[in-house]
Design a protein. Structure first.
Lengths: 246, 246, 246, 246, 246, 246
């Protein structure tokens, strides 16, 4: 029979999401050592969410790690600089943020079409494990998870492998933000394995495009059960105490 | 010709669901020795339902067993402690609740991608059978069933195996709560095999997220034919004598 | 050229459905020697319908046979006793109702995953044929047909085999009630092969769950073209001369 | 280059549908030597339509042929007698109506699961050809076409074979009514190959089930572009000069 | 690098559609040497559109060619004569219209189920090419394209082959009207390869069936952005300067 | 660990879209060296968008390249001349615009059905790379991308190859406009890999067809969150400061 360890029952700490207004919706932020999925279509602001989570944490001295999984995530550094003036490079030089780019050829982990997808995920797990052990980040941001999992066609394998990857983060004591897009319904499976799910939406209302956010689930915590306006300004992302569809 | 045994026709007893307000909807609780499915999306409160069913039963001296089927169910003990102050660990130490974690390597039943899925289910049945015979629980909570069945691709096999697994619980005299998510429509098949189905929902109304509950079916019993508000407070889950969509 | 036999043109007799109010909708009940499909989701009352058809017939001295096709149908005897006080066991002892449980191992017809599905259906036909010839029931209730047919993946085979199984009932002069669920659209095919189709529904209206019934088709008879409320009380199922959605 | 024959350009004659009110919608009935598809769900009255087309024609001295393709169509003779008093048997004895039942074992054309479906259709064509040449009917009623075609899985083969079967009827100078159900969207393909398509519908409006009819297409003719009420009384089927949804 | 030839930049001429009111919607008719797809369900008037395009052109002395691809298109000559008095036979005798019937056995191009579908399309291209070179039509009407392409199951091949067939027409300087039905979404692919797309619709409004037309796209031209009523009278098809849904 | 280079953090320049009113919506135009997807159905104006982007750029002295991927894109030169008077030929002769037509047989890159689709894409990448290195365009317009990718059936390969092709453009410092249609949902995948996505729509409102445009995403930039009217006149395409659906 499985033994449940002593620390499982101690009161867990919270980590700020660094998104003004969102900690309130979560009654205090993410739990430490949990996997928190940010789910939304292309263009809803997932990358900004994760970058803000890391950058603002780093400013407070909490080490962060960005895990980049595909070509188009590589421009993240530049985009955050121009959009909000967040200098992730500088943070890297000061030792507060480290980068793991799994598309980097020197890592020999290229998303090759020739490699079996489950092999790629195993290599990914090993690489992430060693990087986390070396850099010891408190916060991890994966941008984004779907590039890894699109190759898995069996629902069962998919569910099992999401469990496996997420347990790497949990077992190393990091608090992670993992973004996932809605291509092919992959987010449905990823959300099932998460400790919390934040949903970002962008939709037409009349002739306007509006952003909103809500907490789809959060294990072990009460949450505010409202859909709220998500605002992006020169200072980054924030939740307004106001509802969309006005 | 099949003989129907004497006890099949005796008046069956009821077991409280331990969810305030729900026993009324079921006209007295679950029937003993039945399989009761709790069905809902990620974030609707299925784990809280099952934990409350076990914990409150244990407080009354009825032995319970939790069957954990995947990585993310493992944090259940901690979550129930922080959310509601339910100390399942303590209950375990006092002998009122036992844990079966099928992801525990020492059980040699790992959800390996390499094992044929029907073999896994056979092993699961055998393990559960021996654990139930050893621990003799009155209440069993499976969190959650879909991790087992996602690997089965034939509708026919799926239906047959759900029947098989459920008959293990029925034949050992336990009253069980089995949660199932709605990924890939798997819940449709699981619900067909159940003695009762409780549906949990969480949905947007305007800019609010609301929880509701209704009894989709209950074999051999009348039920209250209403959709009611499901409330989660610091004391756990309860049904309000009130309808949603206000 | 096919010859049509003399008796095909004689005026067919009617058999009461035993559901108060439903015979009126059918202008006098089912035709004798026909296959009557009762179609609906899990929890709509299909098992009650078939049991009432048999039990009330048996009370009038008409022999009945229940054909059980899956594990969860086995509790039918107990459920009817506790819900409505119908003692099918007693009826069996008095020789009015016989049971055929195809999941009974002694019949060597187990729904084994190893047996080819079309073989299973052939064995089922043979077994049912011999049981009907031995017991000579006037009424047969199959609960439920989908467990047999879920394994058939070709639309064509499915249609052909439904035809085959239904012709066993027709050719032995029994009037049968066959229930079918709506999993995977299987009911669409089964309904095409039936002489009549009764649809049972349970749906949300506002915050209430309501039951309704209508006659989808009845070959060779006029029917009342209305959707009516289906009521389940301590005495069983009945149709109200009243429409739902009020 | 293909030569078009002289008679193709002569003014085609009309054949009454024998459904009161429908000839008006078609501006005079079906064209002779055409294939006319009657399309609708189970229970919409397709068999009544075809039987009335044949029976009323036979009363005027026009020879008819019924082609029965599956078990459940066999009860057509009995149903028409009890519902409307149409004695197709008597018409057969007087030589006005002949029956071709392709499920008759003596024809050695059994819808065997073992025979390749395209072989079955070839045999069907040959059989129908020889029967038509022997009996020389003016009207043919096929009840129903989908049993033949459900086995064909390629869209292309399906389309080609519908073309082939329909050209048998056209080339032998008969005016045919072919019924088709809406299982698996098969009707879409069959309708494309037809000279005219009559749609029968039965739908819920409030708490009533209503029947309607409209002309979906008719090659070479104007039609009345209205949806009208279809009424079934003791005398058969008729179109009311009235619209449904009132 | 590809060289673009001199004549590509000269002002293209227009060809009247011969549908009163439609040239206005296209700002002057089709461009010469383009492929113009007419897309709509069964019964929307696609065959009338193409026949009118050819017949009225022939009356002005412009040679036309009809390409018939399936059995049911063969009755086109008779239908146009009876419906509108258009004598395509007479036009053929006067040398103004030629027919290519690819179902004609003497062409040895039978749509055989045995021939690989891509072979059939290659043969079709060759045949059409030689016929066009021999007859030198200015206008071509293909009724209809889907019979050729239904056999192609790969999206990629389908797209490539539509490109190939359309380039035969473009490269021989003919202006073509190609009809396509909406079976299996085939029209989506065909429309992508076309120079213009005219959509014909027939839909229920209340208890009436109404016809409408609009220009979905036209490369290189402005169009009137309105949905208009399509009227079919004894003189053929015409567009009313009026909108449907009134 | 991946090193992020110095220039990634410098302020990126903007390139005008040349569509009046659109630069405002993007807060200044596209970023240089990005891949900008223009997504919409057949007939929404994607080709005009890309041509205007190139032509107006060339008029200002910025070299452009058109990459043509299928037969029907070849008429682009003629269409732009007749519709708007844009003489791309003349621009080519003056050295401002170059053409790469991958359907040109002399390139030996024919979209052959025989070549494996991933081989075709590799050849495409190599060809485009060499052409860009030779011609050194500042602006590239691909019309359209879906012809290349329709052959890829695995979601994973598709995503990976879109990444690969887009990185060719990014790594050579060109600013590219890539059009994609909505066939088979291919656009969903292409949009995920893009730096910005502009959505063009054409839809029925009442009896009118209206054009609209909105910015679905733009990495690293604020955008105007409105749906606006897209107008096509004799001078080309422009965005009105006005919303559709009036």
């Amino acid at each position: 029979m499985a033994e449940t360890s002593q620390e499982e029952t101690s009161q867990p700490e919270r980590v700020s999401t660094e998104i003004p207004g969102l900690d309130d919706m979560l009654q205090g932020g993410f739990f430490t050592e949990t996997v928190n999925v940010v789910s939304g279509n292309s263009g809803t602001g997932k990358t900004i969410f994760g970058s803000q989570f890391l950058y603002e944490g780093a400013k407070k001295g909490e080490k962060g790690m960005v895990i980049i999984t595909s070509e188009e995530s590589k421009s993240l550094v530049r985009e955050m600089k121009t959009s909000f003036g967040w200098d992730l490079k500088e943070m890297e030089q000061q030792g507060y943020i480290s980068f793991v780019d799994i598309t980097d050829p020197s890592l020999r982990l290229q998303k090759s079409v020739e490699i079996a997808p489950s092999e790629l995920i195993k290599s990914f797990k090993k690489l992430v494990e060693s990087k986390i052990e070396k850099e010891k980040p408190e916060r991890v941001f994966v941008d984004s998870i779907e590039a890894l999992f699109l190759a898995i066609e069996s629902n069962y394998k998919l569910r099992t492998m999401v469990d496996d990857v997420f347990s790497v983060f949990r077992s190393h004591g990091v608090t992670s933000v993992v973004t996932v897009g809605t291509l092919f319904g992959l987010n449905d499976v990823v959300e099932y394995g998460a400790d919390s799910v934040i949903k970002l939406e962008r939709f037409k209302t009349g002739n306007t495009l509006q952003r909103s956010v809500y907490v789809m689930k959060m294990r072990g915590s009460k949450t505010i059960n409202e859909i709220r306006v998500l605002n992006i300004s020169d200072n980054g992302m924030g939740v307004l105490a106001q509802s969309p569809y006005l």
